[in-house]
Design a protein around this ligand. Structure first.
Ligand SMILES: Nc1ncnc2c1ncn2[C@@H]1O[C@H](COP(=O)(O)OP(=O)(O)OP(=O)(O)O)[C@@H](O)[C@H]1O
Ligand SMILES: [Mg+2]
Length: 255
């Protein structure tokens, strides 16, 4: 069995009197694609916020590669290899497509501020390498012909690809995708699905929240189902589609 890369251990999160996540445990094996699904208000976004460090659990632990990350800020988690995309793309509209990807690269750069200030050969070499790598990433997601265009001019599907490119620029080991297919056409969603598979095959562990069941069932190795903050099922897409509790509370007759 593959090693566990992300582990959520007996995590609960309350907002005042409301329990958004209740005693939740699950693991994501290295180099696998796991999906979190559940009806509106089930706690999916809250869970992502706990994993990425935007918020912290009331109880329980989050472990990344065996290390407890509770209490670490989002930027520290990003530097540890946690990349993410947002449901609403967080793009710098005044910058070019390439510059937006370079922002992701800089979070991982080794040259310090002194190197940058003195424009040392180390910082120059690093800049050149970053530039080439960011172009390669744009090539991978299919946006290289737009590298020098303004990010503000991109269409919705292209913005989602740009977000993906920027997350990849971090060289993530874990990629968290929040509704990455929302607003995409069927063709764009298929392209995205192929891309996520390639990213996994390159060695990245993927956790995604997604409402598009066709995509979830076709892409995921395993699925966790939440309802009112509780895990009601976990298993392969086949297990989940057959699970009576899931059909009752969530899937209805759609799948
Ligand atoms: N910051 C907050 N303060 C108070 N309550 C919150 C907060 N964030 C989330 N909640 C509540 O926690 C519950 C879970 O919300 P969450 O946004 O995690 O659900 P979700 O599964 O992402 O839903 P959706 O599919 O609609 O995006 C909801 O009842 C929500 O109102
Ligand atoms: Mg949500």
């Amino acid at each position: 069995m593959a090693d566990v890369f992300l582990s959520v251990d007996e995590v609960s999160k309350s907002f005042g009197g409301l329990t958004a996540i209740s005693n939740l445990s699950f693991q994501v094996p290295e180099r696998s694609i796991k999906a979190v699904i559940g009806p509106n208000g089930a706690g999916k976004s809250t869970l992502f916020n706990l994993i990425t460090g935007i918020d912290s659990p009331s109880v329980g632990q989050i472990r990344l590669g065996g290390r407890v990350v509770n209490g670490l800020k989002s930027n520290r988690r990003a530097a540890m290899g946690m990349g993410r995309t947002f449901q609403t793309p967080q793009i710098f509209e005044g910058m070019s497509v390439l510059e937006n990807v370079q922002v992701g690269c800089h979070l991982r750069g080794r040259a310090g501020w002194l190197d940058a200030l003195l424009f040392t050969s180390r910082s120059r070499r690093e800049e050149r390498e970053m530039h080439d790598r960011c172009l390669e990433i744009l090539e991978k997601v299919g946006l290289s012909d737009k590298a020098n265009e303004g990010a503000g001019d991109l269409a919705c599907g292209e913005l989602k690809l740009l977000e993906m490119a920027r997350a990849l620029a971090l060289s993530p080991q874990l990629l968290l995708l929040d509704e990455f297919a929302a607003g995409l056409t069927r063709n764009e969603a298929e392209h995205m699905m192929k891309l996520v598979r390639e990213i996994r095959d390159d060695g990245v562990t993927v956790l995604l929240v997604e409402h598009d069941m066709h995509l979830v069932m076709n892409l995921s190795d395993e699925i966790v189902v939440l309802n009112f903050g509780e895990k009601i099922a976990e298993g392969t897409p086949e297990d989940i589609q057959r699970n009576e509790r899931v059909i009752e509370v969530y899937l209805g007759t759609e799948v």
